[in-house]
Design a binder for this molecule. Sequence first.
Ligand code: SIN
Length: 291
Amino acid sequence: MPIPITRSGAALGAEIDVDLARPLDDATFGEIRDAFHDNIVVCFRGQELTEAQHIAFSRRFGELEVHIVKKYLLPGHPEILLVSNIKNPAGEHIGLADAGFTWHSDVSYRRCPSRCSLLYAKEVPHGPDGVALGDTVFANCIAAYEALPAAMRQRLAGLKAVHRYASRRRVENSPRPKLTAAQIAETPDIARPIVRTHPYTGRKAIYVTAGECVGITLENGEAMPEDEALDLIAELDAHCIKPEFLYRHSWRVGDLLMWDNATAMHLAICDYALPQRRLMHRTTVIGSEPF
Ligand code: SIN
């Protein structure tokens, strides 16, 4: 029996009805992996996973990244990054409170950026009307690439965008700790093809985010003039987030949602505040060098 998969009806996204707390044989895992590649974002609803089970399932996709902001790693499980607006009794956030507030693809600043991230919903904020808040929106960057005019696809061939972690254009007054000199040295600027080829499916996607890209390198290695580069980055970013390329995920406690960082970018919607609490556990699978 094939695993039950229900597509979202949007440009990306599907639900897969599998209990991840039970052992997964290789054939079932292969179906999940293929559905993940086809749909870019997949959600497993109603999961009851221990931290070890979340980590073990994530590891089937590859080695796990330990996030550079060490303050928010789950004690005893450094592979899990806490994403949360909750504060401890000392008044400090227990997790990254502003994760994903600009469009981005996880860990694009690393030599080997993330293959995929797996976010597990532990607490979800709700409005007075009972509607869930704190949605996450995803953009299908394959569909966005395929919809570009041929002349633009030709223009992009050979161009690389420069990704920078240290000066990500984050929300003002970010509550996260400032990066140390060592952390900045660990995350130098890195140039990546603007048109990225998926390492498993070979499909091409736009790999640029206005929140993290600070310049463009031409095929001959020279820098594109800054104004022109920032305009092109903004144009591509705006193109990718057109409504026809989006899926908006409304969270329920127990959702384990995973997304492909090679073919999607995402944005966390901050439409809630304490006492509305949001707590997510994130694992991040290391991928391969983009080409
Ligand atoms: C992230 O960008 O990893 C966080 C997304 C979210 O909290 O919805």
